[in-house]
Design a protein around this ligand. Structure first.
Ligand SMILES: Nc1nc2c(c(=O)[nH]1)N[C@H]1C(S)=C(S)[C@@H](COP(=O)(O)O)O[C@H]1N2
Ligand SMILES: [Mo]
Length: 259
């Protein structure tokens, strides 16, 4: 974890040096021109957020891949952070094998759709053995299987104005009172970004987000929303929650959590 932070600091300070002094304004202007201002930017005071995100998006190809491991490297223990939704409804859905679970995708799409677990399992699957790191400092390697989010976005016909995909878990509440996060379209269409329904050869266990979770292996654990119930495609996150793009930015962490 610490070396990850160091790498991010290096990228930020590297761009800082490039930008240097009044050059910061120039860099910020360029980032703006190319649509690379993250939702949690705090104007010139938050320039670090903008430079880190813009630098990553400019320097690395959009399709750069998170490292994949072999099955023999799968961790024996996978820690958990965050509990399943409280209340009977989730319990009942779970007893029913989540047959009645629906993942709704709406917003800037040509065909808003609700998918059952069976619908998603019929779509082309992709699996990957990747590393998931929590901002708290622990991490693990696991195999995830699911349908690429890009495939589903193409099915529902995401419109060209789309800039973010907002991920919401099952809860009887609205942001900011639920766990929510958003990703940009580069991550949404990235081949390793999955709507995952399986982990280490089984259905997703309840503590890890059953029946569905978002897997965004190029970012920290907190972007990987568990109990995934609703995806909204949007051109702005300003009117959702506190307008910063997710629960963690609302708590003072970075919206873009690339590693
Ligand atoms: N719905 C929901 N999703 C969530 C969380 C949560 O509390 N609720 N915790 C996040 C955090 S901080 C991390 S590190 C990972 C943890 O995933 P795991 O429990 O499978 O290890 O899930 C993320 N997704
Ligand atoms: Mo986390």
């Amino acid at each position: 974890m610490s070396h990850l932070i160091t790498r991010r600091r290096l990228i930020t300070s590297g761009l800082g040096i490039l930008a240097g002094g009044s050059g910061v304004a120039l860099a910020a202007g360029l980032a703006n021109r190319y649509g690379l201002i993250p939702p949690d930017n705090r104007g010139i005071l938050g320039i670090g957020e903008t430079l880190t995100y813009a630098a990553q998006r400019i320097i690395t190809a959009h399709n750069s891949m998170a490292r994949e491991f072999s099955r023999s490297e799968i961790s024996k223990v996978a820690p958990v952070l965050g509990n399943p939704p409280q209340g009977d409804v989730y319990q009942r859905l779970s007893y029913g094998g989540f047959a009645d679970w629906r993942l709704t995708i709406d917003g800037l799409v040509a065909r808003p759709t609700s998918f059952s677990l069976a619908d998603l399992k019929r779509l082309p699957a992709r699996s990957q053995v990747t590393h998931q790191a929590c901002e708290e400092g622990w991490s693990f390697i696991a195999e995830w299987i699911g349908v690429p989010l890009s495939y589903v976005l193409n099915l529902v016909g995401a419109l060209h104005q789309a800039r973010y995909v907002v991920a919401l878990p099952y809860e009887n509440d609205e942001p900011p009172n639920v766990w929510w996060e958003s990703i940009d379209m580069a991550d949404a269409y990235h081949p390793q970004t999955l709507i995952a329904y399986g982990m280490n050869g089984s259905d997703l266990p309840s503590p890890h987000g059953a029946p569905l979770r978002l897997k965004v292996p190029r970012q920290l654990g907190y972007k990987n929303v568990k109990y995934l119930y609703h995806l909204t495609v949007t051109d702005s996150v300003k009117k959702i929650g506190k307008g910063l793009g997710g629960s963690f930015p609302e708590a003072g962490w970075s919206w873009w959590a690339g590693i």
